[in-house]
Design a protein around this ligand. Structure first.
Ligand code: FES
Length: 109
């Protein structure tokens, strides 16, 4: 029987099915963890036992905001709660940011 994919609960996403697994590091000398392209960085950090600060997990509260010191991330939502200036300055929201390369995150002190 054919599956009507309009009823699937899993949203279609730009990097759905991505199988790449990158490394994420917290700070230049800090711990690192596996960061699959299919998981937001916050979730990957939690699974690796390196929890990051976060609250809403949907890109609105900004509790998780940190700096992307190295690497590249992508978002599945158009407006991830950051101004254009913040994005330009390297701020990311790891609860909704998916790695597109190895990344280094600088957390607020
Ligand atoms: S946890 Fe709220 S914006 Fe990331």
């Amino acid at each position: 029987m054919p599956v009507d994919d309009s009823t699937l609960l899993i949203p279609k996403q730009p990097n759905a099915g991505a199988t790449a697994v990158f490394r994420a590091r917290i700070g230049w000398q800090g711990p690192n963890f596996k960061a699959p392209a299919s998981l937001p960085l916050l979730q990957a950090a939690e699974l690796a036992g390196q929890p990051l600060t976060g609250s809403c997990r949907n890109g609105t509260c900004r509790d998780c905001m940190c700096q992307l010191a190295s690497g590249k991330v992508v978002y599945r939502i158009e407006w991830p709660g950051l101004s254009a200036e913040e994005k330009q300055a390297g701020s990311i929201l790891p609860c909704v940011a998916y790695p597109a390369s190895d990344v280094v995150l600088l957390l607020p002190s």
